[in-house]
Design a protein around this ligand. Sequence first.
Ligand code: DX5
Ligand code: ZN
Length: 269
Amino acid sequence: MAQNTIKIAPSILAADFARLGEQVAEAEQAGADRIHVDVMDGHFVPNISLGAPIIKSLRQVTRLPLETHLMISDPDFFFDEFVEAGSDSFLVHWEGNNNLHRTVQRVKSLGKQVGVVINPATPASVLEEILSELDLVLVMTVNPGFGHQHFIHTTLPKIKRVRQMIEQRRPECELELDGGIDAATVRLGVEAGADVLVAGTSIFGGNESVDAAMKRLRAAINDAVNKVSSLASSNPEGIASSSPGLRETSYSGLEDRASLNPEGVPSRH
Ligand code: DX5
Ligand code: ZN
């Protein structure tokens, strides 16, 4: 695992919308790999966010791929609008979609990349029959709908299972995590096998600059990658993330944070 192979996808949900173009440009300069755009309709999730006009504006200010996370009912009705606005890829939820295969084929027919998202309570097994069609799997590490929630630790075994499924059936598929990712939790994600980490609050929501926040996150990722690599080389028989010793270390130290908000309910607003 080379250090820069883990990608960072800043989520603009936590950005200052009055300075959106500026903040996205700053994230791009600081080494962001793609921009994650959360679309919410107040029905699929209990929050309303933004739509295609924002994608259209962002398309003018960044060359980065615009990844569109659709937390909406009936996503099929909206693909044309988002493609026209400039979306490069779509993340569609398994939950609430009775015709997921059709939705996935529709995105592919538009020439765009497609990923399927599963919520914290949804098992990895639902991916079995669709994985071979996908460019991406996104495992939610919070319940969708809000930024600034706590990483749900009980998703970790599932993330490792998804990693194994990808290795066995579709190695080119990326594994992305979304929710509660910061300099402390990246290590858990990296150990569990993530390729892409979405981060909103930890990049746009603090007092430091976007540049400083990106650097801090990248440094934490590099540390985690180094730890996993050295463990893997001292334990060549098994994958690093399944080492009981490492697993113990992973959970300890973050328990306080988890117990503050074990359900992963919104912690702000
Ligand atoms: C939650 C969204 C996330 C959110 C992540 O429904 O899908 O992309 O912006 O925000 P943080 O990083 O603040 O948890
Ligand atoms: Zn998202």
